[in-house]
Design a protein around this ligand. Structure first.
Ligand code: 0X9
Ligand code: ZN
Length: 422
């Protein structure tokens, strides 16, 4: 049985993260659990409605992941749920995660060190790192911006091309950090970018891939949300756009794409919800810029593969999100590629990824990117990849920095398979 998003949105716990905060939220002493729902998440939600629980996952039939404030831990544990502890002390794990190594700019003189991937980083360092990386390969790449976020930050990306020259081949198109708190996604797309650039001259398989496609990689689709997750509320998800008539901030960029936006059941009309869809299709500055850029790629050489990198859960999600019975016309080919990708990812560290159509595998989403990319953008393949961890392996969005490299390496190995196979 699946329960609907509507059920979730009525639950008080969905509101916990909607309170506007200016001072940094420390999460000190919060304990995070994955609660087994035994396929009845609504019953679990009803029992914990009285707590100021912060939900991690949106809509999962099997488990509900929540952080419980210190003063409510004893009462929560008395309920006797079957749980797995994700964070003994969420605040301590967030503090540890916040030990960013400062980035010393190497300019165009040298390729940045791989030590970049040993810690998470401040937003401004991400931009400098990306500029430095690009500058070392200036004849085969360029930095571009597609527009500005609500707060006026550039939404930037890198365009990488091969021997055919700039813009001559179909697009491979990657988005990271659509959701602010999914920090691992930017690190993974940066690692893939790093290898596409640094291995071109020495690895014939990478050269073949690079010469066949133009790459467009945007590590921060939601820069405002990301900055807010670093300065104020670590578990922030949406963009930072206010709406009149509400003190709640933010629209879910992955519910605002102008395709199947008007359907019900896969997004929220409540401005305080984590999946708030906006007042009209495509009405955030971020979605407007993304739509225009996607149209440009479509009208140039078309889009072969789009991947929207998220966390967490270890899923490879195929179209569609809007309807659980709908299948892409090439669903059989997509399924076989996803199976191959999951197998290749597993070869590095044994990490398991579940694959299948998004709605039937995870939950319904309307106005989400892969559906737009498939039916409007004309992408042959448009997927969501939910990175490490799972609720069983622990830690949720706050993935320890020691896992940045393994999480990235297994995706890079997977991409080598996928990009040669599509
Ligand atoms: O709910 C989402 O937007 C994604 N999950 S997350 O936990 N990262 O928020 C899943 C979106 C999947 N949608 C489609 N592939 N259509
Ligand atoms: Zn996400």
């Amino acid at each position: 049985m699946k329960f609907t998003l509507a059920t979730l949105l009525l639950a008080p716990l969905a509101l916990a993260s909607a309170v506007p905060r200016e001072r940094k939220m420390t999460y000190a002493g919060y304990k995070a659990y994955s609660i087994s729902t035994h396929h009845n998440p609504a019953a679990v939600k009803a029992k914990i409605a009285k707590f100021a629980a912060i939900p991690f996952n949106l809509d999962n039939d099997e488990h509900l992941d929540v952080a419980i404030p210190p003063e409510e831990i004893a009462a929560f544990e008395q309920l006797g749920f079957e749980t797995k502890v994700l964070h003994e002390d969420l605040g301590a794990d967030i503090a540890e995660e916040g030990n960013f190594a400062p980035y010393e700019s190497v300019g165009a003189q040298a390729i940045p060190s791989l030590t970049w991937f040993n810690s998470y980083h401040a937003y401004n360092d991400h931009r400098t790192f990306f500029n430095d990386l690009q500058a070392s390969f200036a004849s085969q790449s360029e930095i571009f911006t597609i527009g500005k976020s609500y707060e006026g930050r550039d939404i930037y990306g890198i365009h990488i091309w091969g021997s055919g020259g700039k813009g001559s081949k179909p697009a491979i198109y990657f988005h990271g950090t659509v959701h602010a708190r999914e920090w691992i996604s930017a690190m993974v797309v940066e690692y893939i970018t790093y290898n596409l650039l640094t291995q071109y001259a020495t690895d014939t398989a990478i050269k073949a891939i690079r010469d066949k496609y133009d790459f467009y990689i945007l590590p921060f689709v939601n820069p405002d949300g990301f900055v807010f997750s670093q300065t104020t509320t670590r578990l922030w998800r949406k963009n930072r756009q206010p709406r009149s008539g509400s003190t709640c901030i933010g629209t879910d960029i992955n519910r605002n794409w102008p395709y199947k936006w008007e359907l019900t059941g896969g997004a929220s009309t409540d401005k305080c919800s984590e999946t708030y869809k906006g007042l009209a299709a495509g009405d955030t500055p971020e979605n407007k810029a993304l739509v225009a850029f996607t149209q440009t790629l479509k009208n140039n050489k078309g889009i072969k593969l789009y991947i929207d990198w998220h966390s967490y859960g270890q899923y490879i999600l195929l179209p569609y999100g809007y309807n659980c019975a709908a299948r892409a016309s090439n669903n059989a080919a997509q399924t076989s590629l996803a199976q191959g990708l999951a197998a290749r990812i597993r070869q590095s560290y044994g990490t398991s990824f579940t694959y299948g159509p998004s709605c039937s595998t995870l939950y319904q989403t309307t106005g989400s990117a892969p559906d737009y990319l498939t039916d409007v953008g004309g992408a042959t393949y448009a997927w969501t990849i939910e990175l490490r961890p799972t609720s069983n392996s622990g830690s949720g969005f706050v993935l320890p920095a020691t896992q940045i490299l393994p999480a990235s390496i297994e995706q890079w190995e997977g991409m080598k398979y996928l990009l040669a196979a599509v």
